[in-house]
Design a protein around this ligand. Structure first.
Ligand code: AMP
Ligand code: MG
Length: 414
């Protein structure tokens, strides 16, 4: 029996589980690779990126209007200036602007030599070749100087930042076609259980469809893994051992679901102890208590309980930080705080993650309403929730209005 004199801790706190996971994950850091900008969204930057040039690269107009010398602007009343040329964004160089002259200009066009100010079109009148400018514009207005956004040499993006659309835009503004990012952890997902049947196949007596393949697979892909393989494995020690060994050879992280509790067909704890290494087994958490963390072959192993909600919660709360650490992400996922809509009596001392709806009122207060269906087998509770809210370890009574941590689920806010 694994539990007797086990050489690993059993029944750790959520904090201890997290600390041990991060320690192991840090030793499994991903190497880096080049990604085309088109394929880099969501990836983690492997190095600091400095601006290779000023952005914008030249002083340009912030408005459609007329470029002129600020010294020529009227202090009061109106003034006539001679229109001597034009320059449009992407157009050719305009003649230099002489005293009491101006050049028609569009947004983004380079400020012509001699000019230092743009009067916007709406503040002028045109009469033949003359522009009438009213007092009110100050010298230097509507000019975007070179380097006002990024100066050449500035650190623009920090190593570890997650590349979203804005960051990709910044890289593109530097002219980069590709970017060095952390390799995505290669994941193998093993769903285990004799009762499991593929979607599309009819159910026999006592059978269920393998929903974890999709809920956990989708969650993991959203957290940045490359799912290289999924296998369904029977509750058979030989088949499980074989699948585990093979998974540990090619993957950076192996995720299993099912077979990790104390039932007659729960072979994983003993198998992992034999084939690989158990770092800890069982966490003082609900749902997901039987979670086992360890290693197999070259890979990190996260053995999730089969209950769909347990696996979902553990993946969100404990597997995701492991993936972020492996990729060198420098920002933890958003943690919110929300007030409980109603009092809760937890009736046990373990930490508990409840599925809840979030709603922000007009005073800016975030409220959490626990879902009515909290069973660890009820995916409905997850499908209809916005977040997991944490009822911390130790405390049992939570008052209405009390503030709790909330971990948003993928897709919230919409
Ligand atoms: P286990 O952790 O193997 O004891 O499984 C706990 C519960 O989760 C049982 O009711 C299983 O039928 C169910 N379960 C296990 N694996 C899956 C899966 N891949 N998809 C949906 N339910 C599952
Ligand atoms: Mg099972």
């Amino acid at each position: 029996m694994v539990e007797k004199d086990a050489p690993f801790p059993i029944g750790v706190s959520v904090q201890e589980a997290r600390a041990r996971i991060l320690e192991v994950a840090a030793r499994h850091a991903m190497s880096s690779e080049m990604a085309a900008l088109e394929a880099a969204r969501g990836r983690i930057l492997a190095h600091d990126v400095r601006a290779p040039c000023d952005v914008p690269g030249f002083a340009n107009s912030a408005m459609d209007g007329f470029a002129l010398r600020g010294a020529d602007l009227p202090a009061c009343g109106e003034k006539r200036l001679r229109l001597t040329g034009e320059i449009f964004a992407g157009g050719h160089a305009a003649p230099s602007v002489e005293t009491d002259c101006c050049v028609r200009i569009t947004t983004g066009a380079p400020i012509p030599p001699g000019a230092d100010t743009v009067v916007k079109k709406e503040d002028t009148r045109v009469e033949d070749e003359t522009i009438i400018v009213a007092a009110g514009t100050t010298a230097g207005t509507n000019v975007r100087p070179a380097g006002e956004d990024y100066r050449a040499g500035d650190i623009a993006l920090k190593r570890g930042c997650r590349l979203g659309p804005a960051q990709l835009g910044v890289l593109a503004s530097f002219g980069s076609a590709g970017v060095e990012v952390s390799r995505r952890p290669r994941a193998v997902l093993l769903t285990t259980g004799d009762e499991l049947v593929s979607v599309g196949d009819p159910l026999g007596f006592g059978q269920i469809h393998d929903s974890n393949r999709y809920s956990l697979g989708g969650l993991l892909e959203g957290f940045g893994v490359e799912l290289i393989r999924h296998e369904r494995v029977r509750d058979d020690p030989a088949a499980l051992g074989d699948a585990l060994r093979r998974a540990g050879e090619g993957a950076d992280i192996v995720i299993t679901s099912g077979g990790v509790s104390a039932g007659e067909a729960d072979f994983l704890p003993r198998l992992v102890a034999e084939i690989g290494e158990v770092v800890f087994w069982k966490v003082r958490i609900k749902p997901g208590m039987p979670f086992l963390f360890g290693r197999v072959g070259r890979a990190i192993l996260c053995a999730l309980p089969g209950n769909p909600v347990s696996g979902f919660a553990i993946t969100t709360v404990l597997v995701r930080p492991a993936l972020d650490t492996m990729c060198g992400a420098n920002a933890a996922p958003a943690t919110l705080h929300a007030r409980l809509r109603s009092a809760i009596d937890k009736r046990h001392a373990r930490a508990e993650f409840l599925r809840a709806r979030l709603e922000c009122d007009e005073q800016g207060i975030l409220w959490a309403t626990p879902h009515a269906r909290q069973g660890s087998g009820m995916l409905r509770g997850v499908a209809e929730a916005d977040a997991l809210i944490l009822l911390s370890e130790g405390a049992r009574q939570f008052a209405q209005g009390e503030s709790v941590r909330a971990i948003p689920l993928p897709g919230w806010p919409a």
